[in-house]
Write a protein of this length. Sequence first.
Length: 311
Amino acid sequence: MAAFQRSRLLAAALEEVSVSGCHDTSVAAITARARVSRKTFYDIFESRDDCLMAALAESIAQLASVLAPAFAGDGAWSERLRSALGVLLLFLESERDVGAFVLGHILGHAPSNPELRALVLERLRDAVEQGRAQASPRQVLAPLTAEGVVGGVLSVIHTRLQSGEQGLGTLLNPLMWMIVLPYLGPAAAARELRRKAPRPAAMPPAPARDRLAGLDMRMTYRTARVLAAIAEQPGASNIEIADQVDVTDQGQISKLLARLARLGLAQNTGAGQAMGATNAWQLTPKGSEVESAIGHRFALGVQLRSKLRDV
């Protein structure tokens, strides 16, 4: 449950930063948006800055999970770079808050983790610098070529994100022109400018709406376990659910199930006590969405932290 609460706080921090900016984002605003208590916040994070740096780290890991597969392979450098850049632009079109937050820190417009910032810039420069091996022997390349190219590309994307301009995919050809020009020369750069910009085959999925937003309840560990128990065993009775979630007080489990029913997350499909039969609980479509969201957030938090360690 701590991983779920952590994921919820990080998502709320990103949303709050997009509205108020890093400097004006407070712990109170984050916890209110996440519907989590201040005590829970400080059980997980030492401070507001600790939370924001964790959000930065996981956002960078999320971007890396999009870029790395697109750039991998043995194809031509410019083609692999074009694929990665195209996927990135499409991803940022739907995850604009993540993009603006990360690029603002990487470009030095907001307080950052210097080690993480240096690592990201180094990896991006290394990817661009692979073009040096493709350059003509007559091509004169300055030592800072890759650094200048990376800085220019990131600045253009960040400016468009901040302005709210739509259609980031239209930047693909002009940005590829910027990248290719110093390494492969004017003719190759001109070809990039004339190319069609098809949607990459491995387009990242659009972000789902927050299925936990708007619930008139705090999503506690026990509530999450009850939803998971019903999902794993549709038609389970009160006693069976209580056994799965280690609740010995039958009155307590009955109250919790009744509350889930009032919220439209679960429904009793059995005859019930009035008919002298046991209850049979199932998740409603809304309850299935919420249970899936809880599992997804937990899995995503684990996955992104794993990817970050591999960056």
